[in-house]
Design a protein around this ligand. Structure first.
Ligand SMILES: O=C(CO)COP(=O)(O)O
Length: 244
């Protein structure tokens, strides 16, 4: 087996009911790789209803299956609604909500219990890269964020350098290759099927740079923010992944 290719869109706190037609256009494009959109939570139900071949996922879940947690959403409910994936540990949640590796690990475990694929996000800050600590930071985040019981079927790892998100800046292809090789090594060492875990790159992926990024060894897809909001931008990225 090889990792399944995945083109994933993270809409963050963007999109509305009118954006449902973007999903239909993305579905109509007829990709052979897996295509996933993660809209804001209130859009999950109408999007799942109209998703066609596009998979729909959430941007976060709680670590517990149910309980007194006002405003939070359980992985169990997400699965019940028809979501297939949930992003955990995005750097915006690590920063805005002080999420630690241990919290991200607990959320990923909740996703697995519920039958969701957890997309576990990792990434260094610009200061960490400037200090030469990128590989240490990524290895530590992976070790702390990947729960027991993770497999290639229930887990995807997304490498998203914090300084590349929404900035139009991307690492060099060698820098992406170095981190993805480290992730692959660590996953193979830890999981029986670590060679088959899909590894996504995220951070300013656009139609213009997707082809070269997808040619990097151990890049099995992308987690796309801004360029996933419009089908006209996301469809060429999906096509680049199909062609890789
Ligand atoms: O954070 C991201 C996806 O989760 C990347 O966002 P951009 O593609 O907008 O840089």
């Amino acid at each position: 087996m090889a990792p399944r290719k995945l083109a994933a869109g993270n809409w963050k706190m963007n999109g509305d009911l009118a954006a449902l037609d973007q999903i239909a256009m993305i579905g109509d494009a007829g990709a052979s790789c897996d295509v996933l959109i993660c809209p804001p939570a209130p859009l999950l139900v109408p999007m799942i209803a109209g998703a066609g071949p596009v998979k729909i996922g959430a941007q976060d879940c709680h670590a517990e299956d149910a309980g007194a947690h006002t405003g939070d959403i359980s992985a169990v409910l997400l699965r019940d609604l028809g979501a297939s994936h949930v992003i955990v540990g995005h750097s915006e949640r690590r920063a805005d909500h002080a999420e630690t590796d241990a919290m991200v690990c607990a959320k990923a475990a909740a996703a697995h219990r519920a039958g969701l694929v957890a997309i576990i996000c990792l990434g260094e800050t610009e200061a960490e890269r400037d200090d030469g600590r990128t590989l240490d930071v990524i290895a530590t985040q992976l070790a702390g964020s990947l729960p027991e019981g993770a497999t290639a079927a229930n887990s995807v790892i997304a490498y998203e350098p914090v300084w590349a998100i929404g900035t139009g800046r991307t690492p060099s292809l060698d820098q992406i290759a170095e981190v993805h090789a480290l992730l692959r090594d660590r996953l193979v060492a830890r999981l029986a099927d670590g060679a088959d875990v899909a590894l996504l790159y995220g951070g300013s992926v656009k139609p213009g740079n997707a082809t070269e990024i997808f040619a990097v060894p151990h890049v099995d897809g992308a987690l796309v923010g801004g360029a996933s909001l419009k089908a006209a931008d996301f469809i060429p990225i999906i096509a680049a992944l199909d062609a890789a």
